[in-house]
Design a protein around this ligand. Structure first.
Ligand SMILES: Cc1cc2nc3c(=O)[nH]c(=O)nc-3n(C[C@H](O)[C@H](O)[C@H](O)COP(=O)(O)OP(=O)(O)OC[C@H]3O[C@@H](n4cnc5c(N)ncnc54)[C@H](O)[C@@H]3O)c2cc1C
Length: 109
């Protein structure tokens, strides 16, 4: 704490080069965080799809007019990618919509 407070007073963080939040710890009480473990805020599972986001059947053939985007069949699988999910749902949703718009409408009734 003495080192940190001295760095704050000098306006330089020699440990990590931080330029913001150089706030001294000089007013008790102080609190500390205990051990932290990595965990998930995602599901990332789901069905397989191709590059056009079309869902694939058990033989890896596209199922007509059925798309999966975002976390549904996510490319990240079991990995915590940190920040890639929002990019994925934008890119995969746009990609699926582009392909869906090229399809011939069909009457399901
Ligand atoms: C706390 C938290 C923090 C996160 N932080 C980040 C971050 O910093 N960066 C990042 O990249 N990702 C982050 N994520 C992950 C990211 O938000 C998700 O991966 C992303 O929103 C998934 O998008 P999605 O379109 O697959 O699903 P969703 O965003 O869950 O969209 C699914 C939609 O379908 C709707 N829906 C469900 N059932 C039905 C139904 N039967 N009929 C009609 N609609 C239905 C739901 O209401 C929802 O709007 C975070 C997630 C959490 C929980």
């Amino acid at each position: 704490m003495e080192r940190w407070n001295a760095q704050c007073a000098a306006g330089t963080d020699d440990n990590f080069g931080r330029e913001l939040f150089l706030v001294p710890l000089d007013t008790p009480p102080y609190y500390a965080v205990g051990p932290m473990l990595p965990t998930f805020v995602n599901t990332h599972g789901g069905p397989k799809h191709d590059a056009a986001q079309r869902l694939l059947d058990a033989d890896d053939r596209p199922i007509p007019s059925l798309y999966a985007i975002g976390e549904c069949g996510s490319l990240w699988g079991p990995y915590d990618n940190s920040m890639g999910d929002i990019t994925e749902f934008i890119v995969s949703g746009t990609n699926a919509a582009r392909h869906a718009l090229k399809e011939t409408p069909w009457d399901a009734t």
